[in-house]
Design a protein around this ligand. Sequence first.
Ligand code: SF4
Length: 471
Amino acid sequence: MQTVSDAISRPPALDRAPKIGFVSLGCPKALTDSELILTQLRAEGYETSKTFAGADLVIVNTCGFIDDAVKESLDTIGEALAENGKVIVTGCLGAKAGDDGGNLVRKMHPSVLAVTGPHATNEVMDAVHLHSPKPHDPFFDLVPAVSGQGIGVKLTPRHYAYLKISEGCNHRCSFCIIPSMRGDLVSRPIGDVLGEAQRLFEAGVKELLVISQDTSAYGVDVKFRTGFWDGRPVKTHMTDLCEKLAELAAKHGAWVRLHYVYPYPHVDQILPLMASGGILPYLDVPFQHSHPDVLKRMKRPANGEKNLERLLRWREASPELVIRSTFIAGFPGETEAEFEHLLGFMREAQIDRAGCFAYSAVDGATANDLPGMLPIEVREERRARFMAVAEEVSAAKLRQRIGATMQVLVDSAPALGRRGGVARSYADAPEIDGSVKILPPEKASKTLKVGEFARVKIVGTQGHDLVGTLV
Ligand code: SF4
């Protein structure tokens, strides 16, 4: 990482607020990093620019996970350099080494002003101050920094927000390089997490999406130490966090949705909260595979757990439970029998929403050294076979909802919903799942408003979506 000490001499401050162009690429965790940087920029009086050309400097928050993401990030940096010339790079790709062991971004784009890894708000701000100093402002310069304290700048719509509870990961899945980019697990203090949740709810957020690399591991790094919230002791633990979030959400009539949950035994304790509605009965569990030998080769967390039995128990405890998951087809050494095991798991586990990648080697991942790399055609063919089963399961589950009445959160409602709208039920996380299309209401008195809940009777399905009418 380049630090401010090796950089150029400081240009003079402008007589107006400098404009910063910002591009945020990658996953929700990268999005929360972008929100922290934008919050800090705003707090310090910087303005944002919608175009590269109209900016005094551009920040690109990159993703470095899979080859396509690396390419997109490098292309974006190239575009920003061509159109603007002053570019700071942050995010996962910034922490990635090239073939020669040097920094990959610097190698591909030597003229970038600074490169940092992920969750590096302070380093990014140091570089911004150096290359585009803000003018002295007698008012703003008295305002204390807000990073990590207020609700700050959100890149999501007003009615939902991501709540990042930890950074990094203690696992070493053989296909993944996230720990080498984001480091080991660091849990945020429970008081800070709950404080942020409360502020978001008070600001009108109706759906809070809990994210991390491994939500079930929250607090492991601090040995589940007791923190404080609202003057009371609370353990830094997933179950305590969920109980408190459920209490807060209930006060504000809001939803809480959990992502990246690994099937550890203590997750069982969350199920009663889901059955009672405190936390949405929705779990995003990245299983990646079902066969124990493949899971061992993948070095997956909880690979010794009996996932199918656990899942069936979860469904008994919370019959409405919706499971979203991701899988990898054609992992090195995957036999046809192991792949068939995965298809059988999909059918039996009745995974409501599944995504699948054909295995693709990620630079720096230890899985690249495993024997038995399969030809790309086999990997792609297995992915297609997996998706055919997944879509069958998912479509059948969607059809079962016809006739039901569901609570939905409205995401879009042109002309106050007189032309219908788009919403999501508890079964649909934003961006990754389907939605509920609301038909134009027959009575003009029935309206919809973005960010509000509505009740909808499901009348049909359309691909991955449901179709309903307002009740
Ligand atoms: S659990 Fe595995 S896949 Fe997920 S971030 Fe950690 S190492 Fe990567």
